[in-house]
Design a protein. Structure first.
Length: 427
């Protein structure tokens, strides 16, 4: 390891991240993996960067807890933000997590998910048609961010004319999960929870009076509960609706944005995907590995354990660096290259201890709209090129600020299902 790499590892502090880190965190991750894979930070927490260590942490649910009550109380006090994040499915351990998860997964039926596809295809088509008329477009604002809000809105049957504030509420609430926040960010997040809850109370009351089709309307299904009479409490219902609406916004936006930017930077892989669209499943997995939409997660140690030869006592907060683990050469061959990997199996991208929710139920809406959006974008541009709809060089260009948006705002979404973001929130 050279002197600069050692300096990066020795000086790393999660609470004092530099502009250089935000622009490109991977040299720092590499330095930490090589010289301090279980790094003790100035605040007493530990920062893990090796693939095997993260897998061990996610699997050892007896020693590593997802419950955030102890961590969040000093940060948020007795606020609505604290109530939301400690009621949300993702920040709880079994049995509370298991019960809420079962009810949410029961509402996300295969029929409800399959029923989303026609509207999703129409949405992507309309966004591409709109882009087609422009000389330049903003990848995030004009395309990527428009998809998840509509998909989750459809899932809960939120009226179209009431969806405008959803994204801003989501950004404010999740933005308050940054490692360090000021009063302005706290107030913005807390007010967003207040406004979101007020809106959902009205929406739920309307839905109680006039239920939708429980086979397609997830909110109606959550209100009605299961056939055995089990249902969410009023507080669980509202906060986990916020969770569902929040969970896919930035993660999916950044997956689509990062994925398309990565393809534009790797033209050989882009052309291969255009020629073989059936490779989209493994391509999406590689996008998530190469530019993890969620860079960090965390756990509280509740039972003394050992990682990398270092004893970690109970009460220690551990940050799990997903972005570093997904580029660990011990687990992934040529991890710094974006390339097609196995034909039939996804690359060994880091998966969480509740990874099954990514593949079924709650993860499926996000998976479906990201799988469709990327190839459909490529196919649309290819078809229009072949049809001569636009002369060569006149297709909408990706502006530099869209590239900067993805490079600098490396969001990290607080969500357990494997959807990921870019500003440093942690699950």
């Amino acid at each position: 390891m050279n002197g600069h790499a050692r300096e990066l590892a020795d000086g790393f502090d999660l609470e004092k991240l530099t502009p250089e880190f935000y622009a490109d965190p991977y040299p720092t991750y590499r330095a930490l993996r090589e010289s301090a894979p279980v790094k003790r930070l100035p605040n007493g927490c530990y920062f893990l960067t090796r693939y095997d260590d993260l897998i061990a942490a996610y699997k050892n649910t007896k020693a590593f807890s997802s419950d955030k009550k102890k961590e969040f109380l000093p940060k948020y006090g007795n606020s609505l933000l604290y109530e939301h994040h400690t009621t949300s499915l993702v920040f709880n351990d079994p049995p509370a997590h298991t019960r809420v998860r079962r009810l949410i997964m029961g509402a996300l039926s295969p029929r409800a998910i399959a029923g989303m596809e026609p509207d999703l295809i129409a949405l992507v088509d309309s966004l591409l048609d709109r882009i087609e008329t422009r000389d330049r477009f903003e990848l995030i604002g004009d395309f990527a961010s428009a998809i998840p809000v509509e998909v989750i809105g459809n899932l809960l049957d939120v009226p179209h004319d009431e969806r405008e504030p959803l994204r801003d509420w989501s950004l404010a609430i999740l933005g308050a999960l940054e490692p360090v926040i000021g009063k302005e960010a706290f107030d913005r997040g807390n007010n967003a929870v207040k406004d979101f809850l007020a809106y959902l109370e009205t929406l739920v009351e309307r839905r109680r009076k006039k239920p939708g089709n429980p086979e397609r309307d997830v909110l109606t299904r959550l209100i009605q509960g299961e056939d055995n009479g089990e249902r969410l409490t009023a507080k669980e219902l509202l906060h986990n609706c916020i969770f569902l609406l929040n969970a896919g916004h930035e993660t999916t936006t950044n997956l689509i944005g990062n994925g398309l930017v990565t393809l534009s930077q790797n033209p050989d892989q882009k052309q291969r995907l255009i020629a073989q669209p059936e490779l989209i499943k493994t391509a999406v997995e590689e996008m998530l590995r190469y530019e993890s939409s969620n860079q960090l997660g965390n756990r509280m140690i509740v039972e003394e354990t050992e990682l990398g030869g270092i004893k970690l006592p109970a009460g220690t907060l551990v940050t799990l660096c997903i972005g570093a683990a997904n580029r660990d050469p011990r687990a992934i061959p040529q991890p710094r290259s974006f390339r097609r990997r196995a034909h039939t199996e996804p690359p060994p991208r880091l998966r969480h201890r509740r990874a099954s929710m990514r593949r079924h139920g709650a993860g499926a809406p996000r998976r479906r709209h990201r799988d469709l959006a990327v190839p459909q974008t490529l196919a649309e541009l290819r078809a229009r090129r072949r049809a001569g709809a636009r002369r060569a060089g006149a297709l909408p260009r990706l502006p530099q600020r869209a590239l900067q948006h993805q490079r600098i705002r490396r969001h990290i979404v607080a969500c357990e299902f494997g959807w990921r973001h870019t500003s440093l929130w942690r699950n």
